[in-house]
Design a protein around this ligand. Structure first.
Ligand code: GAR
Length: 214
């Protein structure tokens, strides 16, 4: 029996290690999604090379070529919608998106963020976690809403903050977990196992955040 796999478009801005985790996951013959395209807002993003090596279509929509955020987001939507994706994944995509963009992909746009949200939205999360004296840190995958880094959580992976950690050692420990939870969340979505009820994500009809991490 053949199934139509969920078409996924991934947006990146940089080195693309999370993209690589998705590329590797999608090699599995039983993977419920297909990675259709990778789009970067930076022409020099190293992740573009990872996509090319895997024979995945790439596009660059350079934010510096657009007069406003609205114009950039409109061009980005055109680029994405060529692939009619069921899901759009922000994997280290470092631009703030307009409310128009976010509502266009309502319920089919997810982001990976390097902290245990709602702690440490925004940038420099690892240094801020250390400076705050936090004992636990980690990563979150969430649906994107107009509230920056504030959309409904799908899954989190905690890691300890160890004595002697600096931002780099902590970031590396978190990144390893990112590479587990992001493909897992995409599979859940592609398998139709996620829903949003009353602002909370359900996995198989039960609160997703009350379930053990993958
Ligand atoms: C990842 O740590 C991701 O969580 C973070 O950027 C890094 C990208 O790494 N994203 C954000 O900070 C989003 N605000 P990668 O390019 O190697 O996947």
């Amino acid at each position: 029996m053949s199934h139509t796999r969920c078409a996924v478009v991934v947006l990146i801005s940089g080195r693309g290690t999370n993209l690589q985790a998705i590329i590797d996951d999608a090699q599995d013959a039983n993977c419920p999604y297909a990675l259709r395209a990778v789009i970067s807002n930076r022409p020099d993003a190293a992740g573009l090379e990872r996509a090319r090596r895997a024979a995945i279509e790439t596009q660059v929509v350079d934010h510096e070529s657009y007069a406003s955020r609205q114009h950039f987001d409109a061009a980005l939507m055109d680029a994405i919608d060529r692939y009619a994706p069921g899901l759009v994944v922000l994997a280290g995509f470092m631009r703030i998106l307009t409310p128009e963009f976010v509502s266009h992909y309502d319920g089919r746009l997810i982001n990976i963020h390097p902290s245990l949200l709602p702690a440490f939205p925004g940038l420099d999360t690892h240094a801020r976690a250390i400076a705050s004296g936090a004992r636990a840190h980690g990563a979150s995958v969430h649906f994107v809403t107009a509230d920056l880094d504030g959309g409904p959580l799908i899954v989190q992976a905690p890691v300890p903050v160890l004595a002697g950690d600096d931002a780099d050692t902590l970031a590396a420990r978190v990144l390893e977990q990112e590479h587990e939870i992001l493909p897992a969340a995409i599979r859940w979505f592609a398998d139709g196992r996620l829903s949003i009820e009353g602002g909370h994500v359900m996995l198989d009809g039960k609160p997703a955040m009350a379930q053990p991490a993958p």
